[in-house]
Design a protein. Structure first.
Lengths: 316, 654
């Protein structure tokens, strides 16, 4: 696709330029996680970051240069021979220029924004069958439930490379935000609601995720790891977890839900209705949602609206 | 019994942190020192008669200014404490609880108790003088506004040593801010402090809208108003429509906490999203409430110090009004990532970008005001020139943030932190400082020293870039706001360290600024003409400081830049005949606004701890004050002609 080749050229030019600025401060390029995408969602968002940066620089750079020139040229010195027109204060032509240029730039940026905003609610294009992982943010840990594999993990989530993953998010604590910068932007986890976020890793790796919305004293340590593996390795890992006979019972969940930090954990099974119960317990009952809404996310991508679950009116 | 007292005290007073004990001691020492000085110099009567009971807009403005500078200090110290904690990975200078309180009070104070009083200071000091009025439309209400602000600010600030500070962030989202997760009194301090001062803010909005619409000098049509006055008019309208949303949101949250209602808890049929919406329906217009007056200041300063008419006056007015309208259509951009659908996000993304258009137009108009002018590099002009690139970059990153899908990455990251500090410092703080330097001689009759001012300017400016440019990069590195510490190995250390250095440079800049004020009180150049900058608008036609009735005779305005026309373009025989001096009708001072403030404070303090006796008693006194006012028939007086003539003669104006 032409946009993609355009993007990759931009990436090759712009990213090293920006990074070079900060390398002198002792940071290495791969530490700029937002600029180092490992999947199509983060890739799209980086493309938008670069396009918007270029478009705004079209205005910012001339403004700064013009300011420097004007301040120098028209400074109040007795020997300054620049023209002085104290009553000159209107020029329809000039004003049309600086109403016009920002309008054109904003229009261009608006079109790109609208296009990608809608595109990102759909799963990334891939040959692999999409999968669903349910996420519960707790004080201060992340619980991941695999409805199809029937396993659960804490603070570490494994995903197969190249597979679109819909994370269905809720919270059993103050609202948090689920963010894995190298895979894509974040989405809030809210008590009593289930919201979806599509992500996909195209390269195997260990990506740091983080609770991005303040939740109290444990907030700074509220991180997790996303381990992207080839599907063989992923399936092997699933089987290994399943065989460990270490189930997540309701009692164990209640312990987990208490405020505090936790190590990574794996569980060979979990109660089928756990996610549903957590949403309902926190007020999902009183939401105008139909019962299909949260279950639709687990089975197919077609019925899901991505960043905002079908059947739920999130637009208050 | 003794045990009970001990137990009570250990909860009532904040304990356990040496920083807090240090603050306790310094508060007691400073309070004793103030009491001693006032008593020793027999100044209590003076304080009461000249300041606490005043309804004079100029004095109220000066009190707002002093309060704003004090709060800038408090908020700045909060900022420095945070930057110190973040200077290196894994520091334990502050623990999480303490850090959480500090970022909460930093944000709350800087927006509501620093930026707001700073703009109100300039509203009060400048607007009546610029439009040829003798006071605001409702001087008594104006005093009430100030005292509500003052006691609201006091209520928030005492939480530092009594009861504990709020710690749920300045946005205070439920459910984190609900009783279940945040049982202490800190959050109540936040809610009541803002509720009390918010009443004052709405009253100020109404007051200045009425003043500007009804009290302009003859001949000053709307399109002849100085641009600062225009900015205040638009700001007042935004205040009137925006602040009620905040009041409702905070009042409902308070009812949730006080009596266990469920406005914002899903489990009881409420909805936390509703708080988020209401908060930002106020919160986004709020940033225009604080930035538009700064735009007004820049418009005045740039014309005066380029010795040239303001370029594109009509476009400047149009862009102010446009920004005012569109400011109401962008609030969702604060939470694109909270599950709104793509069509909602697209609408709010594009509306947010649209704001950049009128703002960009203003920047170009300021540039072309300087173009073909004669630019004098005074302190107000330096702050204005520094504002342009800073705000251009801040505005540009704002447009980048408005791109909704990209905001899924930026949201809550240090990129966002860098952006809004750049527009709020580069825009509002630079603007307020430009305004302070510009109108200082009008307030006090002397200029602030330019040489010391330049040192403050350069420290603060360079410090700003050193502090906040690395934060954009930290955002790209995945650092989120409100983290009290971070581990090694993510590469965040060096940039955080640089940022902290910048913060300290800004702190030094602030200290030099205070030194500039102290120095200039003694040695500053006295302004004997009333027009030290060769100004263009009516306030410069008056002596510095202006007599308490402002204008002995109300001027007649014949065009924009009314004073410039009178000075340079009008032949003496063309001057309109203002007639003889007549007795001037003025409002009487009143102690009641101050007493109302105290009553609100007592009531608020009672509600913080669920002590209903003081809470209700305070409200009863408030109602009594209102009743007494409505039976007050002797609230005004006339200044006799001979007294005006004596004052004017003493000022060399007769």
């Amino acid at each position: 696709m032409s946009t993609h080749s355009f993007t990759s050229r931009l990436l090759r030019l712009a990213v090293p330029g920006v990074l070079a600025l900060f390398l002198t401060a002792g940071c290495s390029p791969e530490q700029f996680v937002m600029l180092d995408p490992a999947g199509p969602v983060a890739q799209t968002q980086l493309r938008l970051i670069i396009i918007s940066a270029i478009l705004v620089l079209i205005v910012v750079i001339p403004v700064i240069l013009l300011l420097a020139y004007i301040v120098y040229r028209y400074r109040d010195k007795p020997d300054n021979d620049a023209s002085y027109e104290p009553e000159w204060s209107e020029s329809p032509k000039l004003e049309a220029v600086w109403w016009g240029i920002p309008i054109v730039i904003i229009a261009a940026l608006g079109v790109v924004t609208a296009k990608e905003t809608f595109a990102l609610t759909r799963p990334p294009v891939s040959n692999a069958k999409p999968m669903t992982i349910e996420v519960v943010s707790l004080d201060w840990k992340w619980l991941f439930l695999y409805p199809d594999q029937h396993i659960a993990t804490v603070n570490e989530v494994h995903i197969p490379v190249g597979t679109p993953v819909q994370f269905v998010l809720t919270s059993d604590a103050p609202m948090n935000s689920f963010w894995v910068p190298q895979l894509g932007g974040q989405e809030y986890t809210m008590p009593g609601m289930a919201m979806g976020l599509w992500l996909q890793a195209d390269q195997a790796g260990d990506y740091l995720g983080r609770g991005a919305n303040f939740t109290g004293t444990g907030f700074a340590h509220n991180t997790f790891h996303v381990i992207a593996q080839p599907s063989d390795a992923f399936n092997g890992w699933v089987q290994q977890v399943q065989s460990e006979n270490h189930p997540l019972t309701v009692e164990v969940y209640d312990q987990l839900a208490k405020p505090g930090l936790a190590q990574t954990m794996t569980f060979s099974s979990f109660p089928d209705t756990l996610f549903h119960d957590v949403v309902q317990k926190n007020g999902g009952m009183s939401m105008p949602m139909n019962e299909e809404a949260w279950t639709s996310g687990r089975t197919s991508s077609a019925s899901s609206s991505g960043q905002g679950m079908s059947g739920m009116d999130m637009n208050h | 019994m003794l045990e009970q007292v001990k137990d009570f005290a250990s909860h009532f007073f904040v304990t356990g942190d040496p920083l807090i004990y240090g603050a306790d001691v310094s508060i007691v020492v400073v309070s004793l020192a103030i009491i001693f000085v006032l008593t020793y110099f027999k100044r209590w009567g003076w304080l009461w008669r000249e300041w606490l009971t005043t309804v004079d807009h100029k004095r109220i403005g000066i009190m707002y200014l002093i309060a704003a500078l004090l709060m800038l200090f408090r908020g700045g110290v909060d900022g420095l404490l945070m930057r110190t904690q973040l200077a290196l990975p894994n520091l334990h200078f502050l623990e999480a609880e303490h850090y959480d309180q500090i970022f909460t009070t930093h944000g709350t104070i800087m927006i509501l108790f620093m930026a707001m009083p700073f703009i109100f200071a300039l509203f009060n000091i400048v607007v009546p003088l610029q439009i040829g009025a003798r006071d605001v439309a409702f001087p008594y209400l104006n005093a009430i506004s100030f005292w509500l602000f003052f006691f609201g600010a006091l209520l928030l600030n005492i939480s530092f040593v009594i009861g504990g500070s709020p710690d749920a962030g300045w946005v205070s989202y439920p459910p984190l801010a609900e009783l279940g997760f945040d049982p202490g009194p800190g959050e109540n301090f936040y809610l009541l402090a803002i509720l009390i001062s918010g009443i004052g803010s709405v009253a100020t909005g109404i007051n200045f809208m009425a003043t500007i619409l009804k009290m302009r000098a003859p001949g000053m049509t709307l399109m002849r108003m100085p641009m600062f006055t225009w900015s205040v008019l638009v700001t007042s309208m935004i205040i009137i429509f925006a602040f009620p949303a905040l009041t409702v949101a905070l009042a409902l949250l308070f009812i949730d906490r006080l009596v266990g209602a469920h406005f914002f808890t899903l489990t009881g049929g409420g909805d936390p999203m509703q708080f988020v919406n209401l908060f930002w329906i106020w919160g986004h217009p709020e940033v225009y409430i604080v930035i538009l007056p700064a735009f007004g200041v820049f418009s005045e300063v740039v014309a005066t110090f380029s010795r040239k008419r303001l370029f594109g006056y009509s476009a400047m007015v149009a862009s102010l009004v446009l920004i005012g309208i569109v400011s109401y259509l962008v609030w969702v951009h604060h939470f694109f990532t909270m599950g709104a659908s793509a069509d909602v996000n697209t609408f709010f993304a594009i509306a947010s970008m649209v704001i950049a258009i009128p703002t960009g137009v203003k920047i170009f108009n300021w540039l072309f005001t300087m173009y073909k002018g004669r630019i004098r590099m005074t302190m107000p002009m330096l702050w204005t020139i520094a504002f342009v690139p800073c705000f251009a970059i801040g505005g540009a990153t704002g447009v980048m943030l408005a791109v909704a899908p990209a905001d899924y990455q930026y949201h809550n990251s240090y990129f966002l932190i860098a952006h809004f500090h750049q527009v709020l410092i580069g825009g509002v703080v630079f603007g307020m400082l430009a305004g302070m330097y510009y109108w200082w001689p009008k307030m006090f009759g002397f200029k602030l020293d330019e040489r010391i001012g330049r040192w403050a300017f350069w420290f603060f400016n360079i410090g700003f870039y050193v502090c906040f440019m690395p934060q954009y990069a930290l955002g790209f590195m995945g650092m989120t706001r409100r983290m009290y510490t971070y581990p090694e190995g993510l590469g965040w250390g060096p940039l955080n360290f640089i940022s902290t250095i910048g913060a300290y440079m800004m702190g030094i800049g602030f200290i030099i600024l205070v030194w500039d004020i102290v120095y200039s009180i003694r040695y500053g150049e006295r302004d004997l003409t009333g027009d030290p900058w060769d100004g263009r608008t009516l306030e410069w036609s008056l002596p510095s400081p202006a007599p308490h009735y402002n204008f002995a005779r109300i001027p007649v305005v014949t065009g924009r830049d009314a004073w410039w026309i009178m000075k340079y373009q009008m032949k003496p025989e063309e001057r309109p005949d203002l007639g003889p001096i007549r007795p001037i009708h003025m409002p009487k001072n009143s102690g009641r606004p101050f007493i109302m403030g105290v009553a609100f404070f007592v009531s608020g303090f009672g509600f913080v701890f669920n002590w209903f006796v003081p809470a209700i008693a305070g409200l009863v006194v408030v109602v009594l004050c209102l009743i007494l006012r409505s039976f007050e028939y002797d609230a005004e007086y006339y200044i006799p002609v001979h007294e005006i003539e004596e004052t004017e003669a003493a000022l060399g104006r007769l």
